[in-house]
Design a protein around this ligand. Sequence first.
Ligand code: NAI
Length: 246
Amino acid sequence: MLAIDLTGKVALVTGSTRGIGRAIAEALAKAGARVAVVGRDAAKAQAAAAEIAPDARGYGCDVADAAQVTALVEAVEKDFGQLDILVNNAGLTKDNLLLRLKDDDWQQVLDANLRGAFVAMRAATRGMMKRRFGRVINIASVVGLTGNKGQANYAASKAGLIGLTKSVAKELATRNVLCNVVAPGFIATDMTAAMTDEAKAATNAAIPMERMGQPADIAGAVAFLSSDLAAYITGQVLVVDGGMVM
Ligand code: NAI
């Protein structure tokens, strides 16, 4: 039987106490990986880890703080003895039209969404290269491909993630460290909960499948890219959006 089997692997998923990250952590644990669950609040991350699997562990980390990100990777490698799969999922929006976009809103979004992923990749890939196995999956967004009114900072951070991923994919391919992007469309989480009914209806109308996605839809793509089924795939952007962006 063809199956996704991550037995023996260790996965770190940032922003995994809720939403898409939580679904990814659950899917990877279900496939047999031991999972490091990460949230800004350590106690919440530990509580989520206990719910996900007996061998999962929770960690606190603000991904906008480079020193915390490096320390997180070191702690996970020490506690589990290895790190095989890194999923940079934590992200936030601070939306505004360009002329109203404050320097702070730009910087906060870039620091968390893009620099956090860079620092985590720099820290995690050293051990992956030594062990000749690694999977990095960065969660971008379709707006990193298309742009979006009111999201110049967010779209720049997600487009940056794509360039970052492709560059590192080229650097590390011969070491069997594969780096890919999953770009979600509109997924039902806290991030999209604030949309008005009209906005949701307009969005659904732009999606060939005529519905928003679920966190599990993204988790399936991440589990696939983490597995042996994706052993010859690197530097790719897998768009998971019900056909919205083709
Ligand atoms: P969410 O808001 O439910 O979850 C985001 C997670 O990231 C939360 O756990 C949050 O605490 C964490 N986070 C944010 N800033 C952080 C920081 N500085 N340090 C540590 N953790 C931090 O949102 P959702 O929808 O689950 O988003 C997950 C990822 O998917 C994000 O990168 C988002 O940009 C991306 N995405 C989501 C889409 C959607 O429609 N929901 C569409 C496209 C991309």
